[in-house]
Ligand binder design. Sequence first.
Ligand SMILES: [Zn+2]
Length: 452
Amino acid sequence: MMNGRLRSFILLVLFAAFGLGLAQAQPAIQPTGDITKIPAAAQPSAHFDADAATEAYMAMIPPEATARSNAYFEGGYWLILWDFLYASAICLLLLNLRWSAKMRDLAERITRFRWLQDALYWGQYVVLSTVLSFPLDFYTGYVREHKYGLATQSFWPWMGDQGKGLLIGAIMGALAVMLLLAIVRKLPNTWWIWGTVAMTGMTMVLVAIAPVYLTPIFNKVTRLNDPKVTVPILRMTHANGIPANDVYQIDASKQTTRMSANVSGFASTTRITLNDNLLRRGSLEEIQAITGHEMGHYVLHHIPKSIFFDSVVNLLFFACLFWGLQWALKRWGDRWQIRGVGDVAVLPLVFLLAGIFFFVLTPVTNTETRMHEKEADMFGLSAARQPDGFAQAAIHLSEYRKMRPGKWEERIFFDHPSGYDRIHSAMVWKGGNLELFEKAPEPPAELLPAAH
Ligand SMILES: [Zn+2]
């Protein structure tokens, strides 16, 4: 399967990867001063002003830190484009050089069982496309992360994680490809509907098993056992009708310096997980604010809602695919040596069309996520009552997120509200609940017990 040119290409890629791996890492810039100290303009007072309080928090981030995280985040916009173009080029290469047809021919020579041919094709496809996309993946996932001080992994452990991901993709992808192609062959006119149903079913299974079976392949997940943290969190959990008695923690510091938390799972596997960077660097107020946000995702059923949204998008995609595959195969099918929609060699064309569809849809999918994040922010403020903790979290997240984007920039590229928006929401909430933060007046001196 591998000719001389391909072999030297792979060697060149690995060589370049090793050279880049020696690139110097820089430490992340930390916000100056103690971010748990509430700035004067954000203290409760008769003339509390949410805008001024927000600006006071924003001023705690040094300008060089802002410049750096803006550069990182804006680089991410371009990466969306480069990823799209690079992946498209790989698909076109596999089609036009007929590598896709050759992989199918090889699978057919090995076995006469069609479902096994599909799996064998997928195995080759995963390896070849991983090798071809390695330069960009390595730059995005390793070099760039180290350059901005966000990565903690050295080259070989990082490669180990990539290898695990490859293996999971090979196994799960093979199952998905076998199922979907069987549907396409059995139901040549309605596969786009049944394919969507199958995709949704597979997504539900994947989301449900991920926290229990997939996440532990990469990281250690344990029950959080620090009563200082868990007691107020579980009080908040029960007050909001969440039937959970555990909060989980994950050793994300193995890969990254980012602070984060998430809600994962589906039905009985749904859980809230805090990462160890947050537990180590965040104040108690901040941890509570973030947990309140994650509880919002849980209580507002954001995971099932997203699965539903995705299934509608997938239906639209499969409908476009139904039409697009026929159109493209009529024109170029002979040249690519693809026999029809039910031929496994059609996969690079499927991924090419998927790339175009989801690239165009980026602002829509970002906006769907961002709306959920905004809802979770508002829920979290009311549940945790820690607006200053929430502002601190936004400042910590500013290490890798742009704080103050333009209006359209936020709508197109942001899958979370901007840092400015988050601090502002917190300060507006605080302004409406100032009595919670005003200190109880000192008792008059004559009521104090006399000192002996
Ligand atoms: Zn969230």
